[in-house]
Design a protein around this ligand. Structure first.
Ligand code: KG4
Ligand code: ZN
Length: 368
């Protein structure tokens, strides 16, 4: 589109986990990214408590939407659509976002777009580096997911190449941080300690890297156990645990496997663009090693800035804007929140397929 004013203005709502995110974009331009986090409320439990998250979303929703509109300097009337994470994620948390999106879309007379959280993590990179090349290989690493995805059209065609068979990468960071008494979430604090440690101090196992192992799947459970045992043995012997070296060696084991498999998938599929998204993409060593290995393999690496890697509303708005730009059908009012929405469904039209922009408005199923 020649004039950026013609690009779709979309508000996106994200509530799949513990961040209430509301973003506003115009095409691939970020206008606002408001986030209210309930992470502090979960910290004492060492993980996200679904009921606490749902309640926090409910309280934060309207103020966060208002804040995003103000930050973007736009009026809700000018929006071309409202996008919302329909899944995957925590069921109760998703429901708060989906209900809010329906209420706003219905009240404002705007089309509603239920989108996939994982596809949004990929699409957000458009806000930083412009249109995503097609195809793009995506390594998605967060507290809930670790997958390799091949995207040929972010709104309709995402092929899963591989995924974790047990823990997500971020989950492993969180668990090891807990064993080391470093608090929650574990990723950022391990990243910090690792900077002063020796990544080769301890040889921790690299899961699923044997010749007969699946090429693109991940496993972090064995690593997690190995690190925990190593720490326990030190403690049992009355020795001090070298926190920085453990953090650096553990982190190296995770990012070595992630980058090795991602680069291999690109090579095997002849794809020359790799994007890395999700909360773990904020990891400084992952970014550095990916850059090094991509350069060596002639692959262009795209990683959004850390704030766009963790859960946020802008990523949902970015995918919503792409849906509008590509004339994808809006979702129906009975759009469900689907906690296990498969990544192969970037866009959720709802139960009544085949609708175009105009909804068949029915108050009965607005909250179903
Ligand atoms: O994408 P995200 O915000 O939420 C999910 O969808 O899960 O990811 C959160 C995860 C947490 O497990 C957190 O420990 C991890 O991302 N994380 C990191 C870093 N920053 C956040 N892991 C490693 N290094 C980091 N710098
Ligand atoms: Zn996420």
């Amino acid at each position: 589109m020649a004039d950026s004013r013609d690009e779709p203005l979309v508000l996106g709502i994200e509530t799949s986990c513990d961040e209430t995110g509301v973003g506003i974009v115009r095409g691939t331009t970020l206008l606002a990214d408001a986030v209210a986090s309930s992470v502090d409320e979960h910290a004492r439990f060492g993980g996200v408590v679904p009921e606490v998250a749902s309640r926090a979303h409910l309280e934060a929703m309207v103020p966060t939407i208002d804040r995003a509109l103000k930050e973007a300097g736009v009026s809700a009337r000018d929006l071309d659509g409202i996008a919302v994470t329909a899944g995957p994620g925590l069921a109760g948390a998703l429901l708060v976002g989906v209900s809010a999106a329906k209420a706003y879309a219905y009240a404002l007379g705007k089309p509603l777009y239920g989108v996939n959280h994982l596809a949004s993590h990929i699409c957000v990179d458009q806000l930083e580096h412009g249109a995503l090349p097609e195809p793009t290989m995506a390594l998605l690493v967060s507290g809930g997911h670790s997958s390799l995805l091949l995207s040929t059209d972010i709104t309709s065609d995402i092929r899963p190449m591989g995924a974790t068979i047990d823990d997500a990468a971020g989950e492993a960071f969180d668990k090891i941080a807990r064993v080391l008494n470093l608090g929650f979430p574990g990723g950022p604090v391990i990243d910090r300690h690792a900077r002063e440690g020796d990544p080769e101090a301890i040889a921790f196992p690299r899961g699923l890297t044997g010749p007969r192992d699946p090429a693109y799947d991940f496993s972090f459970s064995g690593l997690k156990t190995a690190v925990a045992r190593w720490i326990e043995a030190k403690r049992a012997a009355g020795e001090e645990v070298p926190v920085r070296d453990v953090a650096a060696s553990f982190q190296e084991a995770v990012v070595d496997v992630l980058t090795r498999k991602a680069v291999r998938a690109c090579k095997d599929e002849g794809v020359d663009h790799l994007m890395i998204g999700g909360g773990v993409a904020a990891n400084s060593r992952l970014r550095a090693l990916a850059q090094e290995r991509c350069e060596a393999a002639g692959i262009r690496l795209r990683v959004p800035r850390p704030k766009l890697c963790t859960d946020n509303g802008a990523m949902v708005a970015a995918l919503g804007a792409e849906m509008v730009a590509r004339n994808r059908a809006a979702s129906s009012w009975d759009l469900p929140a689907d906690s296990s929405l498969p990544v192969t469904e970037p866009h959720v039209p709802g139960h009544h397929h085949g609708h175009d922009h105009v909804h068949e408005v029915s108050k009965e199923n607005l909250y179903s």
